[in-house]
Design a protein around this ligand. Structure first.
Ligand code: OAD
Length: 246
């Protein structure tokens, strides 16, 4: 494994020759847009709040008003945020290679706002409303403290995946198929602590892909990657795209 702050020439050659690149992004890619990560010391959301109080179905059943207050705060924060150069670089990247599969653990929709299409949302979307009882996305005016499903009248919840819940089946299947099929796997801005998402890099590695991490801090998985580029996504990714087009 090579830990580097520069982009190695051999890596550029690998990217140029790649037929299918699979990218996994995490909260770190949106950090430079002002969206807090979960586990960074000081600024991470899970440093200040207990996920068991805010991100489990049990917490929602206990106090749906509290959950909605928290998720509305996050919706407002994300609505004011703008995609950053890292999101934009990934949208451009997709136009430069034969095939790119973009999987995100983020629920903020910033990849789509930067122009990426067909984004696989592994943990759902912050702006979706989901009927708690029927477990389907619904259209509802979310101005009540706790919105009500127009179909069945039960409580509506935010359309994100909470701890202990299954990943949406299609997102899971497509992501693992892409990881097993790609020749290059990029892990960007994720602590690689949350499974099954963190398992995608392992699958790609076992299938023989070149695995690359972009993160200013080492993660528990860095040692298993072929390259670990120590830097912020907002600087490293535009540089990577520039080096491909030079
Ligand atoms: P984490 O908060 O666990 O990790 C964020 C990572 O981003 C850390 O490794 C940071 O070092 C890195 N980072 C910070 N700033 C960065 C920057 N400018 N450029 C690149 N990297 C940077 O977030 P995730 O790994 O995304 O799940 O967390 C995974 C899941 O845990 C989330 O999807 C969420 C959370 O609980 C659910 O809500 C289900």
């Amino acid at each position: 494994m090579a830990v580097t702050t520069r982009i190695p020439t051999a890596l550029i050659a690998t990217l140029r020759g790649a037929q299918h690149i699979c990218v996994l992004t995490g909260a770190g890619i949106s950090a430079e847009s002002g969206v807090p990560t979960f586990r960074d010391a000081q600024s991470g959301l899970w440093e200040k709040y207990d996920p068991l109080d805010l991100a489990t179905p049990e917490a929602f059943l206990r106090d749906p008003k509290l959950i909605w207050r928290w998720y509305r705060w996050r919706r407002e924060l994300v609505a004011k945020a703008q995609p950053n150069p890292a999101h934009q670089a990934l949208a451009t990247f997709a136009t430069l290679v034969p095939r790119l599969t973009l999987v995100t653990q983020n629920v903020d929709g910033l990849h789509q706002r930067a122009g990426s299409t067909d984004v696989i949302e592994f943990h759902g979307n912050l702006f979706d409303d989901r009927c708690f009882a029927e477990d389907r996305i619904v259209d509802c005016t979310a101005d009540a403290d706790v919105p009500i499903c127009p179909g069945c009248g039960s409580n509506v919840r935010p359309g994100v995946v909470w701890f202990g819940e299954a990943i949406p089946e299609q997102a899971l299947d497509r992501s693992f198929a892409a990881a097993a099929d790609c020749d290059v796997f990029l892990s960007i801005g994720t602590s690689s602590l949350v499974f099954p998402a963190a398992g995608l890099a392992e699958v790609a590695n076992e299938a023989g892909a070149v695995v690359i991490e972009v993160n200013p801090n080492p993660t528990g998985m860095s040692a298993g990657f072929d390259y670990a580029i120590a830097g912020n996504a907002g600087s490293v990714l535009p540089e990577l795209i520039d080096s491909l087009t030079d």
